[in-house]
Design a binder for this molecule. Sequence first.
Ligand SMILES: [Zn+2]
Length: 307
Amino acid sequence: MQTLYITHPACHLHEMGSWHPECPERLDAINDQFLASGIAGLLRSCEAREASESDLLRVHTHAHLDFLKKHVPSSGYFEVDPDTYMNPHTLAASLAAAGAGLTAVDEIMNRQAQNAFCAVRPPGHHARPDQAMGFCFLNNIGVTVAYALEKYNLGKVAIIDFDVHHGNGTAEMFASDSRVLMCSFYQNLIFPNVHTEKKSENMLNIPVEAYATGEVVRKLISDHWLPRLQAFEPEFIFVSAGFDAHREDELAQLGLVENDYAWITEQIVAQAEASAQGRVVSFLEGGYNLSALGRSAVAHVKALAKL
Ligand SMILES: [Zn+2]
C-alpha cells in the first residue's frame, strides 16, 4: 500500500501578507522538491475533503467557530493577533486543512493507503479549543485524532509533535485523555511559551535549549519517547510535522538537518509497524526556510513511504 499525499487548492489561497513567513510558497517549495527528487510520482495524490461543523465541535467550541465565521473579511485582512490574520480564503483553507486528516484516516482504515502526508496550511497545533493563535485557526491534528477515536473506536493513539514550537493547542485538547499519548520536543522559552494544558501523565512534552543539535534531540527521543511509545502500543500514530527546528530556519535556533527528520520518521514508522499496522497520518505544521522545508519534507515522506 502506498503513501497518500493530500492537499487542497484552498490551502494556496490563504495568505497573511507578503511579509508573513507562513506563506503559500511553502506548499510550492514542498511540491517542487517532491518533483525534483522523483518521489512525487511514487505517491498517490488525493484532495482533502472539508471538515464538517460536527467534526470541528469534537475539539473546538461553538463560540470559536462562530468567531471564525463572523470575521472572514470580504477583502483584505482581519487581524486575530499580530501573528495571525484571516483573508477571504482562510476559513475555506482551514476547513480543508482539518478535513485532510479525516480523508487520510478513512483511506488508511479502509486499507486504501498505508500512511499519509497532509501538505496543508494553515497549520494547526497552536489552535486552542476556543482561540486561533500562532498562524493556526483550527487544530488539524486535534480534529483528526478526535474523529479517529470516535469513528473507528480506537482505544489508544499517539501524537508525535516535532515542530520546534510547543503544540499547546493539541496538548490542551488531549491532556488527561488516557486514550492519547502525546510526545513532543520544543525549543524552550520561545513562542508560545505557555502551557495551557493540565499537568498530565499522558503528556511527554520535553523542552530543549537553543542551539541543541540533532544528536541531542535523537538522544531524548531514544531515552524518553520510544520507551513510552513501546509500552503504550498505540493503534494509530498522528504526527505534527513542523520543520522549523532545521538549522537553516530563522524562526528558532535548533540544529536539526534532513537526516534527523529521516531518522525521527523511521522511529515513528517502526513503532507504527509494531503496534499500529503501520498507520500514520502526518500534518505539515511549521518550517519557514523554503529550501530547508522542501528538502526536509522529502526526507520525512521518503521515510514514511520507505523510498
Ligand atoms: Zn513551529
